[in-house]
Structure formats: structure tokens, C-alpha cells
Design a protein around this ligand. Sequence first.
Ligand SMILES: NC(=O)c1ccc[n+]([C@@H]2O[C@H](COP(=O)([O-])OP(=O)(O)OC[C@H]3O[C@@H](n4cnc5c(N)ncnc54)[C@H](OP(=O)(O)O)[C@@H]3O)[C@@H](O)[C@H]2O)c1
Length: 288
Amino acid sequence: MSNDKLPILVFGATGQQGGSVVNALLRAQWPVRALVRDPATSKSNTLRNAGVELVRGSFADMDVIRAAMKGTHGVFSVLPGSLAEEEEVCLGCMIADLATETGIEHFVYSSGASAGEKPTGVARFDAKSRIEAYVRSLPVTATIVRPMIFMEMLVRPGFGLEEDRYTFFLKLDQSMQLVAVEDIGKFVAAIFADKKRFGGQTLKIASDTVTGRELEVIFSEAAGRPITYMRFPDELLASNPDLGQLAASLDQGPLAKHVDLNAMREINPEIVSFRSWLAASGCSALYW
Ligand SMILES: NC(=O)c1ccc[n+]([C@@H]2O[C@H](COP(=O)([O-])OP(=O)(O)OC[C@H]3O[C@@H](n4cnc5c(N)ncnc54)[C@H](OP(=O)(O)O)[C@@H]3O)[C@@H](O)[C@H]2O)c1
């Protein structure tokens, strides 16, 4: 790619968010560098064929990461969901430190919509709140994005679709916001395009708002047969702290605080509705 832009280093480029960010950055003519653990996998080959500069390394290789940040305009940091709280905090802070040390122009950290001021007791939420606070304390221009619930999460096995019902956290007329993974990259590319506007900001990102009742209609339309929606039973939410916390966040916590979709559309004019996502990219994720 021949333009005068410096590259952006993307973590997790073979994963959901990083992959989406790579696609959107390439589309916006940014040169992209990606840290990958194994440059020989098919996902790495796809990145290479798309023009991404691959750097072999893992989060354990501080020197490799430091060298990969040299000469970049920006860094997109996202960490895998499999980490324990302390490990996630340690890596998230280390990456932010290295970016600051390197003197990059713009650091974008992907946190989560349940992150906030108060600890929740859920490791993956609290790790993100702690990393956010650390990033804000550093002398680097940073933007923190907090993606709402991924549309991709809704079509994972375990919610009952195979038995013509759909069980989730919402009451019938309660609403929640969703983001399509493909939109995350488009938001991040818009953020890298305008450091002056987005530098220093923390913003939730969303593509659509749906109620339990709307999920019933949308899934029924997509399946071509009636799908009945119901909320997880109270006993289950009470006995499973992880599920209970997510339900509480949707009922009256950070996930209950919605963003203005018109403001989202102004940043990313291509945001997709859940209905259109399910008919297009989401279709392949359905397993019935
Ligand atoms: N809001 C929501 O609904 C929602 C849903 C899911 C996840 N999340 C959050 O999203 C984050 C995960 O993002 P994601 O879903 O994009 O992740 P993902 O698809 O699981 O991808 C993880 C990426 O991290 C890379 N990776 C894993 N371990 C690594 C290591 N030791 N060194 C270097 N790279 C490593 C993987 O590379 P390899 O190809 O080498 O494995 C992959 O590229 C988590 O914070 C999770 O809490 C949010």
C-alpha cells in the first residue's frame, strides 16, 4: 500500500474484533501490522494476502511487541476473553505502557460495555475497568471503546433455538443494545481517522436495539417457523453469579444505559440492524 500513512498495529487480528478492525482499516487505506502467534495458519495467510504485515509473537514477548510498535501511528489493543482477571489487567496495562513509551499518536483500547466505576465481582468486567483507569492515567492520546453485546453471541448454541425457543436475559418488553462484530472495526477506523475528535473519549458502541418480543419475531422470520422467546428462569439467574450479573447489568446496570443510535450512525453510517445481520453475515452462524 503506498500512501503516507504510518501503520496501525492490531492485536487479536485473527480473532473477531481484531479481524474486523483489520478489514475496516485496510478499507480506509491504512497500512496494517498485526501481531500473530502463528504466521502459518489459514487466518494468518488470509491477513498476509490482504496486505497485512505480520509480526510473529505473543503477549509474552514484550520485546517483540515493543519493536512492532516502532514507527506506527496507532495501536488497537484487545485481549482474549480466556484470561484470568490479574493476567488480563497485567497484559492490558503492559501493552498501554509500551504504546506510551514508543510515543505512538493514538491508542485505542477495546474494553466492554459492563466496565465502569464500580467493581461488579465479575472478573472479565472488572479487569476492563481497571485497564481503562490505567490507560486514562497515561500520557498517551487514547480512546476507549466499550462494545455492547455482540450479535454473534446471540446465535451461539445453548439458547434453545434448536428446540424452537429462544431463552435470554431480557424480559419481553425490555430492550438491550447489540453490536455486530463487523461494525466494531468500522467504529475503530472512524476513531483512528479523527484523533482530535475521539482522543480522550470513552464511548459505548452499538449497532441496534432489540426487545425480547422483537427477538421472537426476528428469529421466527429467520427460521421460517415460530420461535418462542422467554427469559432465563429467576432461579437460574440467582444460582449462577455470571448469568445473574449479566442480567443485573441489563436490568439496571451499565448495559441498561443505551447509546443514541443516530449518534452511532453519524460515526459509522453502515451500522447493521439485528434483522439484517441475521439475514446476511449472521446466517452462517445459525446452526438449525
Ligand atoms: N460484548 C460481547 O458480547 C463480547 C463477546 C465476546 C467477547 N467479548 C470480549 O472481547 C474480547 C475478546 O475479543 P475477541 O472476541 O475479538 O477475541 P477472539 O475472537 O477470541 O480472538 C482472540 C485473539 O487474541 C489472540 N491471542 C490469544 N492469545 C494470545 C496471546 N497469548 N498472544 C497474542 N495473541 C493472542 C488470538 O490469536 P490466535 O489466532 O493465535 O488464537 C486471537 O487473534 C474479550 O475481552 C471478551 O471479554 C465481548
